[in-house]
Design a protein around this ligand. Structure first.
Ligand code: BTN
Length: 329
């Protein structure tokens, strides 16, 4: 994938570039350029326009992630929290990148990894996270908490609420935090959060918090649930580097606040994004499924389900919504 990056770097301006120009630039034949462009399309999911007599282009252009721009959009006090900022053209998974490099990372500070493309992006419950090159935000933040591992439950909700509030500031309306780790708009998934935490039960812990946010996701056959992109919601899309910096800033702030206050500090915000209250749901857990009405989130971050007239709180599992017993998401 890295080998395509220079080619994408030229085509991302959205203008046509002739085969001759590209061949001269890379010291290759025109047919070798053509072959590379075909491979690039196949491997990245990007579509390249090819017009006889004009050349090749990425229609509409592509804004690549850029360190200077990202840092310029972050507030200074958030920049000060980050010891490492890594922007990769491709990696298997940004969460794995941080987990694998944890030993060499500075302790007691934040580290962030963003990638244009993930070849083995991970979702919750072993599902893949699929995304085309350069069109979305895939980022992971590694954060050291003073709280032990046992007190990190509820962190994904806190992060979800903070990201929802940040996206609202960018103009996204009707956002819902779907317990425990999704952001929805119009009952479709806009973003997902995957937290992988390590540490002893009575000592400081480290969490790698991964966020996948659809900005201009394109038809990707493998996604198994309804999804939506910011491009469908906002009339004018902000710069991708600005969106990435906005959500990253919100994640850093949420980590700091969560370490001090736990989930209690986010209950008010969660209430504001609790759009599914009263809906009929199924909560799937490892060995059972509970059917009932979703009644919100309790003050420990658990999900409250009203099943057969009895309210119960659960801390694990996954919710799907039902209409006439047909699963919709
Ligand atoms: C889910 O909704 O199931 C969670 C999706 C999390 C996807 C992000 S993309 C960046 C980070 N790296 C990964 O491999 N996964 C997370």
């Amino acid at each position: 994938m890295d080998r395509f990056y220079p080619l994408i770097g030229i085509l991302c301006d959205g203008r046509f570039h002739s085969g001759e120009e590209l061949a001269a630039e890379f010291n290759l034949s025109r047919s070798a350029i053509w072959k590379q462009l075909k491979q690039l399309e196949q491997e990245t999911g990007l579509s390249i326009d090819s017009v006889r007599g004009r050349g090749y282009r990425i229609a509409g252009g592509l804004e690549l992630l850029n360190r200077e721009s990202l840092m310029a959009h972050l507030e200074d006090h958030h920049v000060g929290c980050l010891e490492m900022v890594q922007i990769l053209s491709a990696t298997a998974s940004t969460n794995d990148y941080l987990l694998e490099n944890q030993e060499s990372m500075p302790v007691g500070s934040g580290a962030v990894c963003l990638a244009e493309y993930q070849s083995a992006g991970k979702g919750r419950r072993g599902r893949p996270w699929v995304s085309v090159f350069g069109r979305n935000v895939m980022l992971s933040l590694s954060w050291r908490f003073q709280k032990p591992l046992s007190q990190l439950s509820g962190l994904s909700l806190a992060i979800g609420a903070a990201i929802a509030a940040a996206l609202k500031r960018l103009g996204v309306e009707e956002l819902v935090v779907k317990w425990p780790n999704d952001l929805h708009v119009e009952r479709r998934k806009l973003a997902g959060i995957l937290i992988e935490a390590t540490g002893d039960f009575d000592a400081p812990s480290t969490a790698v918090i991964g966020l996948g946010l659809n900005i201009s996701q394109r038809g990707m056959g493998e996604i198994d649930q309804p999804w939506i992109s910011l491009s469908e919601i906002l009339p004018v899309l902000p710069e991708r580097n600005l969106i990435a910096a906005t959500v990253l800033g919100a994640m850093i702030e949420a980590c700091k606040q969560f370490d001090e206050q736990g989930i209690a500090g986010f209950l008010g915000q969660l209430e504001a994004f609790d759009g599914y209250r009263g809906k009929q749901v199924a909560l799937d857990m490892v060995n059972k499924t509970v059917i009932g009405r979703y009644m919100g989130i309790d003050n420990s971050g658990g999900v409250v389900i009203d099943s057969e007239g009895r309210k119960q709180v659960f801390h694990g599992g996954e919710i799907s919504f039902r209409v006439n017993n047909d699963e919709i998401t």
